[in-house]
Design a protein. Structure first.
Ligand SMILES: Nc1nc2c(ncn2[C@@H]2O[C@H](COP(=O)(O)OP(=O)(O)OP(=O)(O)O)[C@@H](O)[C@H]2O)c(=O)[nH]1
Ligand SMILES: [Mg+2]
Length: 184
Protein backbone atom coordinates (compact mmCIF):
# COMPACT_ATOMS: atom_id res chain seq x y z
CA UNK A 1 0.00 0.00 0.00
CA UNK A 2 2.96 2.33 0.49
CA UNK A 3 3.02 5.50 -1.64
CA UNK A 4 -0.03 4.44 -3.63
CA UNK A 5 -2.95 6.80 -4.15
CA UNK A 6 -5.36 5.73 -1.43
CA UNK A 7 -8.90 6.50 -2.25
CA UNK A 8 -12.28 5.49 -0.86
CA UNK A 9 -15.79 6.19 -2.11
CA UNK A 10 -18.87 6.96 -0.08
CA UNK A 11 -22.01 5.53 -1.62
CA UNK A 12 -25.64 5.27 -0.62
CA UNK A 13 -29.11 6.63 -1.25
CA UNK A 14 -30.24 10.26 -1.40
CA UNK A 15 -30.17 11.81 2.03
CA UNK A 16 -28.12 9.09 3.71
CA UNK A 17 -25.47 11.69 4.59
CA UNK A 18 -22.68 11.26 2.03
CA UNK A 19 -22.02 14.97 1.43
CA UNK A 20 -22.36 15.68 5.15
CA UNK A 21 -19.87 12.89 5.93
CA UNK A 22 -17.23 14.19 3.50
CA UNK A 23 -17.61 17.69 4.94
CA UNK A 24 -17.43 16.41 8.52
CA UNK A 25 -14.29 14.37 7.92
CA UNK A 26 -12.24 16.37 5.47
CA UNK A 27 -9.06 18.19 6.45
CA UNK A 28 -9.38 20.45 3.41
CA UNK A 29 -12.31 22.54 2.14
CA UNK A 30 -14.51 20.10 0.27
CA UNK A 31 -14.92 20.33 -3.47
CA UNK A 32 -18.61 19.71 -3.92
CA UNK A 33 -21.19 19.74 -6.67
CA UNK A 34 -24.46 20.37 -4.87
CA UNK A 35 -27.39 21.96 -6.64
CA UNK A 36 -30.95 22.75 -5.59
CA UNK A 37 -32.90 19.54 -5.70
CA UNK A 38 -35.67 19.09 -8.24
CA UNK A 39 -38.44 16.53 -8.75
CA UNK A 40 -38.93 13.85 -6.07
CA UNK A 41 -35.64 14.61 -4.32
CA UNK A 42 -37.00 18.06 -3.42
CA UNK A 43 -39.47 16.38 -1.10
CA UNK A 44 -36.59 14.91 0.85
CA UNK A 45 -34.04 17.71 0.94
CA UNK A 46 -33.04 21.10 -0.41
CA UNK A 47 -29.73 20.24 -2.11
CA UNK A 48 -28.41 17.16 -3.87
CA UNK A 49 -25.06 16.07 -5.27
CA UNK A 50 -24.90 15.84 -9.04
CA UNK A 51 -21.32 14.68 -9.57
CA UNK A 52 -19.19 14.25 -6.46
CA UNK A 53 -17.79 15.55 -3.18
CA UNK A 54 -14.05 15.43 -2.66
CA UNK A 55 -12.08 15.76 0.55
CA UNK A 56 -9.05 14.27 2.29
CA UNK A 57 -8.21 12.74 5.65
CA UNK A 58 -4.66 12.50 7.00
CA UNK A 59 -3.23 9.04 7.40
CA UNK A 60 -0.14 8.24 9.43
CA UNK A 61 3.23 8.93 7.76
CA UNK A 62 2.15 12.04 5.80
CA UNK A 63 -0.11 10.01 3.56
CA UNK A 64 -3.57 11.16 2.62
CA UNK A 65 -6.78 9.29 2.21
CA UNK A 66 -8.77 10.74 -0.70
CA UNK A 67 -12.50 10.59 -0.15
CA UNK A 68 -15.05 10.76 -2.94
CA UNK A 69 -18.73 11.13 -2.10
CA UNK A 70 -21.02 9.91 -4.86
CA UNK A 71 -24.42 11.27 -5.93
CA UNK A 72 -27.29 9.20 -4.49
CA UNK A 73 -29.69 9.77 -7.36
CA UNK A 74 -29.90 6.87 -9.81
CA UNK A 75 -29.84 9.21 -12.81
CA UNK A 76 -26.24 10.05 -11.91
CA UNK A 77 -25.23 6.42 -11.54
CA UNK A 78 -22.66 6.76 -14.35
CA UNK A 79 -20.56 8.60 -11.75
CA UNK A 80 -20.49 5.58 -9.42
CA UNK A 81 -18.15 3.49 -11.57
CA UNK A 82 -16.07 6.50 -12.48
CA UNK A 83 -15.53 7.57 -8.87
CA UNK A 84 -15.05 4.02 -7.69
CA UNK A 85 -12.21 3.27 -10.08
CA UNK A 86 -9.09 2.13 -8.20
CA UNK A 87 -10.57 2.74 -4.80
CA UNK A 88 -9.33 0.70 -1.86
CA UNK A 89 -12.72 0.57 -0.18
CA UNK A 90 -16.39 1.53 -0.23
CA UNK A 91 -18.27 3.17 2.63
CA UNK A 92 -21.97 2.54 2.21
CA UNK A 93 -24.22 4.88 4.17
CA UNK A 94 -27.75 3.62 4.80
CA UNK A 95 -30.56 5.86 6.01
CA UNK A 96 -32.39 4.03 8.82
CA UNK A 97 -35.26 6.51 8.62
CA UNK A 98 -36.12 5.60 5.01
CA UNK A 99 -39.21 3.40 4.89
CA UNK A 100 -37.60 1.33 2.12
CA UNK A 101 -34.16 1.03 3.73
CA UNK A 102 -34.07 -2.72 2.98
CA UNK A 103 -34.56 -2.17 -0.75
CA UNK A 104 -32.05 0.68 -0.74
CA UNK A 105 -29.50 -1.46 1.05
CA UNK A 106 -29.96 -4.35 -1.38
CA UNK A 107 -29.87 -2.01 -4.37
CA UNK A 108 -26.62 -0.29 -3.41
CA UNK A 109 -24.89 -3.50 -2.29
CA UNK A 110 -25.85 -4.98 -5.67
CA UNK A 111 -24.66 -1.98 -7.66
CA UNK A 112 -21.34 -1.81 -5.83
CA UNK A 113 -20.76 -5.56 -5.43
CA UNK A 114 -18.06 -5.78 -8.13
CA UNK A 115 -16.20 -2.86 -6.64
CA UNK A 116 -16.57 -4.27 -3.12
CA UNK A 117 -15.25 -7.64 -4.33
CA UNK A 118 -12.15 -5.85 -5.67
CA UNK A 119 -11.71 -3.61 -2.62
CA UNK A 120 -13.56 -3.66 0.68
CA UNK A 121 -16.66 -2.40 2.50
CA UNK A 122 -17.82 -0.75 5.70
CA UNK A 123 -21.47 0.11 6.29
CA UNK A 124 -22.58 3.17 8.26
CA UNK A 125 -26.18 3.31 9.44
CA UNK A 126 -27.35 6.93 9.75
CA UNK A 127 -30.46 8.66 11.13
CA UNK A 128 -31.38 6.02 13.72
CA UNK A 129 -32.24 9.02 15.93
CA UNK A 130 -35.05 10.14 13.60
CA UNK A 131 -38.61 9.49 14.82
CA UNK A 132 -39.94 6.22 13.39
CA UNK A 133 -36.52 5.13 12.10
CA UNK A 134 -35.53 1.47 12.05
CA UNK A 135 -33.24 0.33 14.84
CA UNK A 136 -29.58 -0.21 14.10
CA UNK A 137 -29.98 -3.95 14.68
CA UNK A 138 -32.77 -4.22 12.08
CA UNK A 139 -30.63 -2.53 9.45
CA UNK A 140 -27.59 -4.65 10.28
CA UNK A 141 -29.68 -7.81 10.02
CA UNK A 142 -31.00 -6.73 6.61
CA UNK A 143 -27.50 -6.96 5.13
CA UNK A 144 -27.35 -10.03 2.92
CA UNK A 145 -25.21 -13.00 3.89
CA UNK A 146 -22.43 -12.32 1.39
CA UNK A 147 -21.65 -8.94 3.00
CA UNK A 148 -22.09 -9.94 6.65
CA UNK A 149 -18.36 -10.22 7.28
CA UNK A 150 -17.79 -6.48 6.80
CA UNK A 151 -17.94 -3.92 9.63
CA UNK A 152 -21.24 -2.15 10.32
CA UNK A 153 -21.55 0.86 12.62
CA UNK A 154 -24.23 3.24 13.73
CA UNK A 155 -23.04 6.69 12.66
CA UNK A 156 -24.25 10.26 12.59
CA UNK A 157 -22.77 11.87 9.47
CA UNK A 158 -22.47 15.15 11.40
CA UNK A 159 -20.27 13.55 14.05
CA UNK A 160 -16.59 13.22 13.15
CA UNK A 161 -15.59 10.50 15.67
CA UNK A 162 -18.33 8.21 14.30
CA UNK A 163 -17.01 8.56 10.77
CA UNK A 164 -13.38 8.18 11.73
CA UNK A 165 -14.23 4.92 13.49
CA UNK A 166 -16.02 3.69 10.38
CA UNK A 167 -13.12 4.63 8.11
CA UNK A 168 -10.61 3.08 10.52
CA UNK A 169 -12.61 -0.15 10.48
CA UNK A 170 -12.66 -0.10 6.67
CA UNK A 171 -8.90 0.46 6.49
CA UNK A 172 -8.26 -2.20 9.08
CA UNK A 173 -10.09 -4.76 6.96
CA UNK A 174 -7.92 -3.72 3.99
CA UNK A 175 -4.59 -3.54 5.78
CA UNK A 176 -4.12 -3.44 9.57
CA UNK A 177 -0.94 -1.39 9.06
CA UNK A 178 -2.73 1.70 7.67
CA UNK A 179 -3.46 4.19 10.42
CA UNK A 180 -5.80 7.16 10.39
CA UNK A 181 -4.45 10.31 12.00
CA UNK A 182 -7.19 11.02 14.53
CA UNK A 183 -5.43 13.99 16.14
CA UNK A 184 -7.11 16.59 13.90
N1 LIG B 1 -31.05 13.22 12.35
C1 LIG B 1 -29.96 12.91 11.66
N2 LIG B 1 -29.62 13.63 10.57
C2 LIG B 1 -28.51 13.28 9.91
C3 LIG B 1 -27.69 12.19 10.30
N3 LIG B 1 -26.68 12.07 9.42
C4 LIG B 1 -26.86 13.06 8.52
N4 LIG B 1 -27.96 13.79 8.81
C5 LIG B 1 -28.55 14.92 8.04
O1 LIG B 1 -29.13 14.34 6.88
C6 LIG B 1 -28.92 15.17 5.74
C7 LIG B 1 -28.09 14.39 4.71
O2 LIG B 1 -27.91 15.19 3.58
P1 LIG B 1 -26.68 14.97 2.58
O3 LIG B 1 -25.42 14.79 3.32
O4 LIG B 1 -26.76 16.09 1.60
O5 LIG B 1 -27.11 13.61 1.88
P2 LIG B 1 -26.44 12.91 0.60
O6 LIG B 1 -26.31 11.47 0.97
O7 LIG B 1 -25.22 13.62 0.18
O8 LIG B 1 -27.60 13.05 -0.50
P3 LIG B 1 -27.49 13.16 -2.13
O9 LIG B 1 -26.33 13.99 -2.50
O10 LIG B 1 -28.78 13.82 -2.53
O11 LIG B 1 -27.43 11.76 -2.63
C8 LIG B 1 -28.20 16.43 6.25
O12 LIG B 1 -29.15 17.41 6.52
C9 LIG B 1 -27.54 15.93 7.56
O13 LIG B 1 -27.35 16.96 8.49
C10 LIG B 1 -28.07 11.44 11.46
O14 LIG B 1 -27.42 10.46 11.88
N5 LIG B 1 -29.21 11.85 12.10
MG1 LIG C 1 -24.70 14.53 -1.52
Amino acid sequence: MKNSYQKIVIAGPVGSGKTTAVNTMSDIPVVGTEVKASDETKLLKENTTVAMDYGTVALGGKQKLHIYGTPGQKRFDFMWDMLGENCIGVVLLVDASAKDFKEQLAFFLGKFSDLIAKSSLAVGVTKTDEPGAAQFREVREAISEEFKRYPVFEVDARHKPDLMLLVEALLFVIDPKIQVDVSG
